[in-house]
Design a binder for this molecule. Structure first.
Ligand SMILES: [Zn+2]
Length: 478
């Protein structure tokens, strides 16, 4: 651990400041590991917990050090670490993923350590081009997104991957360690940089807008170690792994809101921001203004510099949206707009060009399964919403029933100003079963990221009944 994070910190400091002493110190820390551990020395697996996965996660900084120095000893050590996974007592990460296609079956299923190793594996792939490393990382990504990811974009209970669909909601189940949230973010960012596919940004968006920001107190002063989907959020300031991981996850945001491709700049996330995106022939300045994802309108100013230039501007179109309109300098963009992919706008761009995009933010009703069967969650675009007791005094939230088969029947509306991100509020039709006729209710919701910020109780998964079902008070039997 200590070497891993010291090398990462020293390298980052060197890259920002050019301070050679930091690079020298990083190399000395790495060289100490090279002297002590190896195929003909002490096994790295003996140096840490979780069947060696804690210690071998030094793979990522080792590969970054190789990139910074081109010293082949660090590359060789990276190869040694991956070979060590397959030692008799090792975690067998690659062979287990290939055989079972399940992260639950890998070693002791410890989520953060495994994801950190996979981030290192993708750095090793970047250095060597060995396809097996990428393929196995994608097996893990498929398995996590299909079976082990919370609606809010994190995973794990008691810090390990659970069986398919076992996603308990309460604090008692110690769910979604912030280190897991942030390393899942890093893993998706690695895959995005390598493959440039929008599906990884859809995951980044889900995680950032929901579980990452939901783990931080809106004032910024405290973080949750585990962040439940119901109950109260246990914000704290005690020193822990998660208190350092959380801010690191937020600090990563500016590195992927925009992207650079060979054909032109890409807009990955929609938020008020600006960037100078590097390109052959000179960088392009992008300035974005929007209240997205509370409002669908996005304004993007494109400035390629003094000379007009032909290139492609890529806009990520989220997979979940149902309607998109794009205008360039006021004129509608004609052509198919693919969902879950990038829309490429190829033309000669001039200083002063303006793109207006409307990316609809549909209400979505997500039906629960496994432990959430009979329940549903409500989403507004990428935002998971929550019923918070502070917004609904005197309403027994566990008893409230969402009724209807389609989101249209819920009449979800935003009731706060689009600029008010911290105080964002929504309203939805719901029912409160009682001994007599069910009572109609207008339930107030807030984004999961803001739920419980004043210490109130909240829940994401609410009772749900299709139209026509007989409603009983909570706890009642048919
Ligand atoms: Zn942690």
């Amino acid at each position: 651990w200590v070497h891993k994070y010291c090398i990462l910190g020293l390298l980052a400091y060197y890259q920002v400041t050019g301070n050679r002493a930091a690079l020298t110190a990083a190399r000395r820390a790495a060289d100490l590991l090279l002297r002590r551990f190896g195929a003909d020395k002490q096994s790295i697996l003996t140096a840490g917990t979780h069947m060696g996965m804690a210690a071998t996660s030094v793979l990522e900084p080792m590969m970054l050090l190789y990139r910074a120095t081109r010293d082949r000893r660090y590359l060789d050590f990276g190869r040694y670490l991956v070979a060590a996974w397959e030692e008799p007592n090792g975690p067998h990460i690659l062979t287990t993923l290939e055989r079972t296609r399940s992260v639950r079956r890998v070693a002791n299923a410890k989520a953060y350590e495994m994801l950190s190793n996979l981030c290192g594996l993708l750095e090793l792939y970047r250095a060597t081009g060995v396809k097996r490393y990428l393929n196995d990382a994608l097996i893990a990504w498929d398995d996590i997104t299909r079976h082990r990811l919370y609606l809010t974009g994190s995973g794990s209970s008691f810090e390990v991957w659970q069986e398919d669909g076992v996603l308990p909601n309460t604090e008692a189940a110690s769910i979604c360690e912030t280190c897991v949230t942030v390393t899942w973010e890093q893993f998706n960012l690695q895959l995005l940089r390598l493959l440039g596919e929008a599906r990884f940004v859809d995951q980044l968006e889900r995680t950032v807008y929901n579980h990452l920001l939901g783990a931080q107190k809106p004032s910024g002063e405290a973080w949750c170690y585990y962040t439940p989907l119901e109950g109260r959020k246990p914000y704290g300031t005690a020193t822990s792994c998660c208190l350092s991981s959380g801010p690191r996850g937020v600090a990563l945001l500016p590195t992927f809101i925009y992207g650079a491709t060979r054909r032109g700049p890409a807009v990955n996330l929609y938020c008020t921001s600006s960037a100078q995106v590097p390109m052959a022939g000179g960088s392009v300045r992008l300035v974005q203004q929007t209240h997205y994802p509370l409002d669908p309108h996005i304004v993007l100013n494109v400035d390629p510099g003094k000379r007009p230039r032909r290139f492609t501007l890529y806009l990520r179109i989220p997979a979940w949206t149902d309607h998109v309109e794009v205008r360039v300098n006021g004129r509608p963009w004609i052509g198919a707009i693919p969902r879950g992919q990038y829309l490429g706008l190829t033309r000669v761009w001039r200083a002063g060009d303006r793109v207006d995009a409307q990316i609809a933010l549909p209400a979505r009703l997500v039906e629960g399964n496994y432990g959430n069967a009979g329940h549903a969650a409500v989403m507004w675009g990428p935002l998971v919403l929550a019923a918070d007791a502070s917004l609904n005094p005197d309403v027994p939230l566990e008893s409230v029933v969402l009724r209807g088969g389609s989101p249209d029947e819920l009449h979800l509306v935003r009731v706060s100003e689009p600029a008010d991100a911290e105080g964002a509020q929504f309203q939805i039709d719901a029912l409160l079963p009682s001994a007599g006729a069910p009572r109609n209710l207008r339930l107030r919701l807030c984004p999961f990221y803001a739920a419980s910020s004043t210490g109130s109780r909240f829940l994401v998964w609410m009772r749900w009944a299709p139209r026509g079902a007989i409603l009983l008070p909570a706890g009642g039997s048919p």
